[in-house]
Structures are given as C-alpha cells and as structure tokens.
Write a protein that binds this ligand. Structure first.
Ligand SMILES: [Zn+2]
Length: 390
C-alpha cells in the first residue's frame, strides 16, 4: 500500500514541476521593468492584489484549468493505483434487460420451436375444455428448460406425470417462461399471456438471480453525463460508490443480505409477487412460489440458505404457498443441475415429481411430504394441516 502511495507521488512530481510558472506567495517572479511600469496604475486602483503580479483573465483561466486537470488527473491516477472504484464484473447469469431481443422490459421469442405465444411449449386452445384443470408454470430459463429438450423441461415432465396418474380431471400444463425473464416479466407474462387461458393454478419459479436482476435493471438510471463519468472514471465510481449500487452475483444474497442493493432487489421481487397474488386471486386462481436453488447450494457443506429463508418468510406472512426445491434437489447433489442454475433432466424429473406429491400428500403451505406424519401442524413450516384435503 505504501509502495503504491510513494509510486503515486513519484509519478505526480514531474507534473508538479510543470507548474513551476505558477505564482508563489513567497517568491513572486520578477516582471520586466517596462511591464511593471505599465501595470502599476491598475494595481494601485485594484482592491486586492497586494503587490502580486497581474495576469490577464485568459491566463488565469488557463492556470485554473491546468490546476483542475492536475488535481483530478492525480486523484484519478491515485484511485487506479490503489484499486479504489475498481469496476466489478456482474455475473453472466444476471441478465441486463437492455440486451433483451427487442430492448424492452417484456419480450417473448418468435420462430421455430416456439408456440403461438412465443413460448417453448406446445400450442394450447384459448377456450378451456370441460373438466380440465389448467396449471401455468411461469419462470425464466430454468422453467423454459434451457439446455435440455422441450420434453425434458420440468413443466413437460409434470404434464407426463399427471397423464400417467389417470386423474378424474384432465390436467393441462403450460410453460410460460423465457430466458432472462425475472419476476417483473413473469407477472407481465401472467397478464399478457396466461390470463386468457383461465388457469386454475399458477406456479411462479423464483431463482436467486432474480433479486439482482430486479435491482440492477430497475434502479433509477443516472443521467447521461453521470453515467459517462461512472463508466470511465475510477475516482467518480469510488466517490459515488457506484459498485455498491449493483448486485454482482448471488453470493451477495448470502454474505450481504442487508445491503441497500440486496434489500431493494428483494423489495422489488416482493412487490411483484403481491401484484401477482392480487391478480390470481381476482381471477379465482391459486398461486404458489417455487424456489430453485443454485448448484453450489447442492454441494457438501454449502452455506445456510439465507435467500430461501427470506422468500419463504415473506410467502408465509402473505399466505402464498411456497415450495423450497432445495430440499428436493439436495439429496441428488450437483447431478440435479446442468450448470450453476439450470436443471438437468434428472433434476427436472425430481421437481415435477415433488410438485405432484405436493398436490397429493404435501403440506399446502410448504410442500413438505406429510404421508407418514400424524400431527396437526406441519413440522417444517408449522402451518395447520387440513386433513380433509389429504
Ligand atoms: Zn409446511
């Protein structure tokens, strides 16, 4: 650190030498006799100066500019040398909506392999057939089935499992999910696409990167000039704590759960979930949240599931059933995932099976399997158990 300081002051010294022409209180440069004579009457008239040499306004402006450039240039150099205001990379799995296919806040995908709604799903009739129970799965690439065949996404597998059960009603599962969507787009997806199909049950898939996406994309963008400075100056980034205003990766949800950025991200997610709850309620449709873990949470000795607990607590307080799939996928270990956040075919099958089991023998609030449990309250979330449904 000291080396950096001395390096910085060494590198500044040639710059200081360059301003040797700057007037010094103790040692004013002597003016040529003729010039001193010419200036004297004006100095006598002037209020200040006190015998200091006079410079034209243009020169003063020039000196001021040079001084400002030197001060800010030196401070910028020092920041860079000390690593202050260093730009931190935002993790690739945190989407930037400005890079969405059409540059807007809501988008679907048109083309081969996508249905009439722009979803990676089969076509559905708008009119609900009689004796049919419609299940909509809202989400991002995890629900859409990134990296696996369409029939291997968890909503497709869910449809297969329901079909095999020969239930007295026809179950119809919809996959309404697009890569890079976050809670904001999922709620819009309910309004724009799902609603017209009159769903009976909506599952909204939450992924840990949603908090970062909601905060980073929805925080008020700085004015153009400020954005230019923050993009190009370590000094400005350090002064305004630009890096502290973003969430760079999901680990911040575990390590800095009370930071302003993380708290704001959660609040934005919660607000959207309440909007979705209001919409589904007014449509007479059930809403439940599914929490998908990141792969590092499935490894041995993983840290405490701080984000899962935060969302679970919110859902419980607002009477929104919430199924934490960490419990389902943890026994499978990293095999449940293809990469850091997407389900492998085996992981998708485990999720679909758990959702079916939730409907048959799970706690209505948290999905905990109550098959062999005789108590009155769920041992996991303490919700009263409604036996008549089980
Ligand atoms: Zn429960």
């Amino acid at each position: 650190m000291n080396a950096c300081f001395s390096q910085a002051s060494d590198s500044l010294s040639p710059l200081r030498d360059n301003v040797s022409g700057w007037p010094d209180q103790d040692d004013p440069p002597a003016l040529p006799a003729a010039a001193s004579e010419a200036k004297r009457p004006r100095l006598d008239k002037g209020a200040s100066g006190g015998g200091r040499p006079h410079f034209s306004p243009a020169k003063r402006l020039l000196f001021t500019c040079i001084l400002l450039v030197l001060v800010f240039g030196g401070a910028e150099l020092l920041c860079r040398l000390l690593g202050l205001g260093r730009r931190l990379e935002v993790a690739q799995y945190i989407s930037d909506w400005h890079q969405s296919p059409d540059g807007r806040r809501f988008w679907v995908i048109r083309g081969n392999g996508y249905n009439q709604d722009g979803m990676c799903d089969r076509d559905h009739a708008v009119e609900k057939p009689p004796n049919t129970f419609r299940v909509v799965c809202l989400g991002d690439s995890v629900t859409a089935g990134h990296g696996v065949a369409m029939r291997e996404s968890y909503p497709s597998v869910l449809q297969t499992y329901y079909d095999q059960l020969n239930l007295p009603v026809q179950m119809e599962v919809f996959n309404i999910a697009v890569s890079y969507w976050s809670t904001l787009q999922e709620v819009a997806g309910y309004r724009v696409i799902a609603r017209k199909y009159q769903p009976d049950q909506v599952f909204v898939g939450f992924c840990l990167n949603d908090v970062a996406e909601m905060h980073n994309n929805l925080q008020r963008p700085p004015p153009l000039a400020a954005r230019f400075l923050a993009n190009n100056s370590a000094l400005v980034r350090w002064l305004v704590d630009a890096e502290g205003r973003q969430v760079h990766d999901v680990l911040e949800l575990f390590k800095q759960p009370s930071s302003v950025a993380v708290q704001n991200g959660w609040q934005l997610v919660f607000d959207e979930l309440l909007n979705l709850q209001a919409d589904t309620r007014s449509d007479g449709c059930e809403l439940a949240v599914l929490i998908f873990p990141f792969r590092f949470q499935l490894e041995e000795g993983a840290q405490e599931p701080v984000p899962q607990r935060a969302l679970f607590r919110f859902c419980f307080e607002h009477d929104i059933p919430c199924f934490d799939l960490l419990d389902v996928l943890k026994p499978m270990g990293p095999e449940a995932m293809l990469d850091e956040s997407h389900l492998s075919p085996a992981g998708a099958r485990a999720v679909a099976e758990a959702i079916v089991r939730w409907g048959i023998s799970g706690c209505t609030a948290c999905g905990y399997d109550l098959t062999d449990f005789g108590g009155d309250r769920c041992p996991r979330c303490q919700a009263p158990i409604r036996r008549e449904n089980k």
